[in-house]
Design a protein around this ligand. Structure first.
Ligand code: SAH
Length: 395
């Protein structure tokens, strides 16, 4: 196939030669034809030597690389990439299991498919495009997905209304592009969850906390648990299975409270150990009794969506964690997270340690947490690391 060609400026090909999968607009000298957003382009160096193929987009990241080999981006390309992604999920033990049907099949750059996310919920794949290029390829991706997943796949829900670049004005609506879902219930480590791909955040569920929820389960026996920013209540349901004495779930969204209650009911019907509250986190933490909880989870939304918001975000993490440190029972355990890509591990630690000092508590690190193996990080794309967490023992 013939692709439009982008010529890089001399000396601007170094990061690509180290396999970093983005071309920044400043590195581009010229193109041989007029480019349209979403085009598949060939990127060459100043001597016209092939470097990569990728999707062109308008913005500071101008190309997201699909391949460092000169080849066609055709049916066999999508099949190979999706098969490789599934092989990884099988080998790490999240796919092909009876008791776990919830996992991320494709994690963008981490699977050499920048701009594409696919989460599996039972027989339903929820697919999200973050670039116009991936959007234009959605039907080819869907075909390849059907082949790779075979009979296990009953439906593909395409959910890109809010993730595609706004300025591209594609007017894309969410909807099924293949089949229809037979059930909205999927399994995670043997627990059942309603997945709201129609209205839920992201693809409907925070798949990335699976391992951290399992760890929490091990700490829950006999404890009074506060699950702050509970959303669909993943941590709450694991805490109940782990033998918690009581579990309180808090989220500012009334919809989230409905979701957590439905998920608790699905696994532990009529269990009066659980209560959910629609309340602002800061207000709840201010008003709650000191020592009421000896296991607290803080899993807030990304406080910094961009680098510019970093300072405020760090202040936010410090303030939030300080409140938890002030109130947690002695001998308590705090699971605290940041999913902001713009906040790195050291910055997050500093914010949390500052909070502990403000509350004058003696704190030990028990575990350092991160995103699970089905959200792999391409070693040439360190930006792919986003989820950080600490499990702390608070004396
Ligand atoms: N822990 C969840 C994911 C959390 S997503 C899980 O494992 O699935 C972040 C959640 O924080 C969202 O549900 C959002 O409604 C909630 N939220 C955002 N701002 C909040 C605030 N100020 N107080 C309480 N909840 C808030």
């Amino acid at each position: 196939m013939k692709y439009k060609t982008i010529y890089l400026r001399r000396g601007k090909d170094e990061s690509l030669k180290r396999f970093h999968p983005w071309v920044f607009s400043g590195a581009i000298d010229r193109a041989d034809e007029k480019l349209e957003e979403g085009d598949i382009v060939k990127v060459v160096d100043a001597n016209s030597q092939f470097i990569a193929l990728g999707h062109y987009q308008i913005g500071s990241i101008a190309v997201r690389v699909l391949s460092f080999e000169e080849r066609d981006i055709d049916e066999s390309f999508w099949l190979e990439r999706l098969q490789a992604a599934l092989d990884v999920r099988r080998s790490i033990g999240v796919a092909g299991r009876q008791d776990n049907t919830t996992y991320r099949l494709v994690h963008g750059e981490g699977d050499n498919l920048p701009g594409l996310v696919i989460d599996m919920y039972g027989g339903t794949a929820v697919m999200q495009a973050h670039s116009v290029g991936m959007h234009l390829c959605r039907l080819q991706v869907a075909e390849a997905l059907k082949t790779v997943m075979g009979e296990r796949l009953t439906a593909i829900y395409y959910k890109s209304e809010t993730t595609l670049p706004y300025k591209a004005s594609l007017g894309q609506e969410n909807g099924f592009i293949y089949g229809a879902s037979q059930s909205d219930v999927a399994l995670e480590n043997g627990l059942r969850f309603h997945i709201d791909w129609l209205r839920g955040q992201k693809t409907g569920f925070f798949v990335d906390q699976r391992d951290n929820r399992s760890l929490l389960e091990q700490y829950s026996m006999g404890r009074n648990v506060l699950n702050m920013f509970c959303y669909t209540g993943g941590f709450s349901v694991y805490a109940l299975r782990g033998g918690a004495r009581l579990v309180h779930s808090v989220d500012s969204s009334a919809k989230a409270v409905e979701l957590v209650n439905a998920n608790v009911e699905l696994n532990f019907p009529q269990d009066d150990r659980h209560k959910a509250y629609a309340e602002d986190a800061f207000k709840y933490l201010d008003q709650m009794e000191t020592g009421a909880y000896d296991l607290i989870i803080l899993d807030p939304p990304a406080f910094a969506k961009h680098k510019d918001a970093l300072k405020n975000a760090l202040r936010g993490y410090t303030k939030l964690n300080a409140k938890a440190f002030e109130k947690i029972h002695s001998g308590g355990i705090l699971f605290t997270f940041s999913c902001s890509q713009a906040v790195n591990k050291d910055q997050f630690r500093l914010a949390v340690f500052t909070a502990a000092a403000m509350a004058r508590r003696s704190v030990r690190i028990l575990h350092q947490l991160h995103q699970p193996a089905d959200h792999p990080i391409n070693i040439y794309h360190p930006e792919g690391e986003y989820l950080k967490g600490l499990v702390l023992y608070v004396e």
